[in-house]
Design a protein around this ligand. Sequence first.
Ligand SMILES: [Zn+2]
Length: 165
Amino acid sequence: MKGSEPRGHDKSHRDRQIEEVGHDPYHARSKPAEPAVCPQCGVVYHKGRWQRAARPAKATEHLCPACHRINDRAPAGYVTLAGAYMDAHGEDVLRLVRNEESREAQDHPLQRIMGIENREGVVTVTTTDLHLARRIGDALHGAFHGELVIKYSPDEYLVRVYWTR
Ligand SMILES: [Zn+2]
């Protein structure tokens, strides 16, 4: 692992990587007739994108990509958090993780945390979207420093983020 690289200064490189990963197959499967509403979470599909809005009068029901991933238990992002600092200040770290989700929830309603699991001190946060996982990693690195490693899978829409301190 190249954990010693100053990843915080490597943004343009990472953005290019995210483009190379391509499009989320769950989005491709999820192009309903407009207007549509997700029966599970209530987001509305309008003008080609899923967004938070009032339910339109004649909306058809169509599962949104985020709920589809949640139902399939198929995360697009895995954020693994570990280390002595994490052990001692896990609550602070997870508060920042949650903040990162809620900060852009209005504009990006499909970027959600699916779950937070703690297995013997290693916490894994799963997300419905690559961008949220990467943003969480950047936010943790910006706030708490430590080591950040981001790995995209070349063949699937998936990112693994490792933050240790
Ligand atoms: Zn939904």
